[in-house]
Ligand binder design. Structure first.
Ligand SMILES: [Zn+2]
Length: 262
């Protein structure tokens, strides 16, 4: 194994040019990229940590939808009212999604108060049943942010509810074939990526979509989102043999591989 091979298989991870549809056993059933649903606590998380995945799937012939559980309005700077900032976040998200060819939808729970309960879980379950994604990307649990933690738990249970035939809702059951967790600076505890996605073809467009948010360039806070996520994509690319890459962590429940030979 030379250094390049080592880099491309670092940590046993796989490097992919697209997330393809697969069966519940992880066997690819189609080379057509499927529908990806990104579910984020706040719109910025959706675009900065999951937007490249959406854009990449769409560019390969798949479809993408972003569900934000809140508007992230409490990140407002002192000179902008919280309500107005929330609407700015909504507008930025709609513009960003349009640029990427994705759909943007919202559940307007209060920022910093996204609840993990039966109501929020069923609301996300209904969204999954309505939009029928093949793949979901959401927050990893190792976060200091309570909204991110709750989003992780909501999605975990919503995926289960969505597939449960005997749980009667307005729409029929839908099974999601894969769940991935996004590489987020706020969700870094015990985040171990195992999938690297080539995002070079859509890198510039993804950067433009993030630029709709004032927070992207540090105008509303201290964190340099643009520098962090643009350089992270280079670092992840170095490890996977791509120019720019996004690293994802698959759900532990879907890591079992079935094979009749090695
Ligand atoms: Zn967030």
């Amino acid at each position: 194994m030379n250094r390049r091979c080592f880099a491309q298989s670092v940590g046993g991870a796989v490097a992919l040019s697209a997330l393809v549809r697969s069966s519940v056993w992880g066997e690819s059933s189609s080379q057509t990229p499927g529908k990806v649903m990104a579910i984020a606590a706040h719109p910025g998380d959706g675009l900065f940590t999951m937007g490249a995945v959406l854009a990449q799937q769409i560019s390969r012939g798949g479809t993408g939808i972003l569900l934000s559980l809140s508007l992230g309005e409490k990140g407002a700077p002192k000179d902008i009212a919280v309500h107005r900032y929330g609407e700015m976040q909504r507008t930025a998200t709609e513009k960003a999604a349009r640029l990427l060819g994705a759909e943007a939808i919202f559940l307007t729970y209060p920022d910093a108060e996204v609840p993990f309960n039966e109501e929020s879980t069923l609301a996300v379950c209904d969204g999954i049943r309505e939009h029928k994604p093949d793949v979901i990307v959401t927050h990893w649990s190792g976060s200091w942010h309570k909204d991110h933690q709750n989003c992780h738990l909501i999605v975990r249970d919503a995926v289960f509810y969505a597939a449960l035939e005997t749980l009667v809702r307005s729409r029929p059951a839908h099974s999601v074939s894969k769940v991935f967790y996004a590489d987020n600076w706020e969700d870094a505890a015990n985040f171990v990526p195992d999938t690297y996605l080539d995002i070079e073809p859509i890198y510039e467009k993804w950067m433009q979509s993030c630029d709709f948010y004032p927070m992207w360039r540090g105008q509303t806070g201290f964190f340099r989102y643009n520098d962090y996520y643009s350089s992270l994509s280079i670092m992840r690319g170095c490890l996977s043999g791509f120019k720019h890459a996004v690293a994802l962590m698959s759900d532990p429940g879907q890591r079992m591989a079935r094979s009749r030979s090695l």
